[in-house]
Design a protein around this ligand. Structure first.
Ligand SMILES: Nc1nc2c(c(=O)[nH]1)N[C@H]1C(S)=C(S)[C@@H](COP(=O)(O)O)O[C@H]1N2
Ligand SMILES: [Mo]
Length: 237
């Protein structure tokens, strides 16, 4: 987008209606735009996407890693999870489907053999706490490439063993810091932090960083997914 169009959008922000129109023009209407908070969600998403673009989340030094990181919630109660855990998560798979050329189930071994990226980043919960940790895993962009993401895919919807569902747009999905993480602080991801597999999107708030990742579906729209919009769909920091 040109500098002029950016300026236009920012100027438009003075009037919500104007900004919403411009956001629409640039395809920056978030999927939870409807309802009372709609205008606010649209402004946050459009403004962040245009101003921040592909900026990286801040990275930290090893000495800054939090000694005892906060663990939120408990591991999935499903017997299936316990069985997989008892076998060292060797049988865990990541299903990739939807708008891809080759739907597939990736094993942990396969994922561990893909290119690996490491980052020391902060996980920030909307409740007001945070921690810094090292994460390693496969860039989600690589998995999208292997599976053959179709050009009409607009969202990556993801599922976890505890049935929670989340989604990010393709910009976030292809951002080099967005990982399908299988390592935390140099070892396997502990169960308390989402082992064996977690979506790590350090530019997004905690709740977008789903633990116990089981499935990724590419979609053109979120209309037919049971999304939970308790929090804003776009959680850029
Ligand atoms: N599957 C799953 N992932 C989840 C959650 C959850 O309840 N289930 N909670 C989210 C929220 S709100 C936060 S803040 C982080 C907390 O991660 P932590 O336990 O590593 O601190 O996990 C996120 N990922
Ligand atoms: Mo959170």
């Amino acid at each position: 987008m040109s500098k002029t169009s950016r300026r236009n959008l920012i100027a438009g922000a003075a009037g919500v209606a104007g900004a919403t129109l411009l956001a629409k023009q640039y395809d920056l209407i978030p999927p939870d735009a409807a309802g009372i908070y709609g205008c606010g969600h649209t402004l946050t998403y459009a403004a962040q996407r245009l101003l921040i673009g592909s900026a990286n989340a801040r990275e930290f030094k090893p000495s800054q890693i939090t000694k005892v990181p906060h663990q939120k919630g408990s591991p999935p109660k499903a017997p299936e999870y316990r069985q997989l855990q008892a076998n060292g998560f060797k049988e865990w798979t990541l299903q990739v489907d939807g708008l891809v050329a080759s739907p597939a189930a990736f094993s942990m071994d396969q994922l561990k053999n893909y290119p690996k990226s490491t980052q020391i980043t902060q996980l920030i919960c909307e409740e007001g706490w945070s921690y810094i940790a090292e994460w390693s895993g496969v860039p989600l962009a690589h998995i999208l490439e292997v599976a053959g993401a179709q050009p009409n895919a607009k969202y990556v919807v993801y599922y976890s063993m505890d049935k929670r569902i989340e989604a990010i747009d393709m910009d976030e999905a292809r951002h080099p810091q967005t990982l399908v993480a299988h390592c935390m602080n140099g070892g396997d991801i502990p169960v308390g932090h989402g082992g064996p597999l977690r979506l790590r999107a350090p530019r997004q708030l905690g709740y977008k960083n789903r633990k116990f990742l089981t499935r990724i579906t590419l979609a053109e729209s979120l209309d037919n997914f049971p999304m939970n919009y308790k929090y804003s769909w776009y959680a850029g920091i």
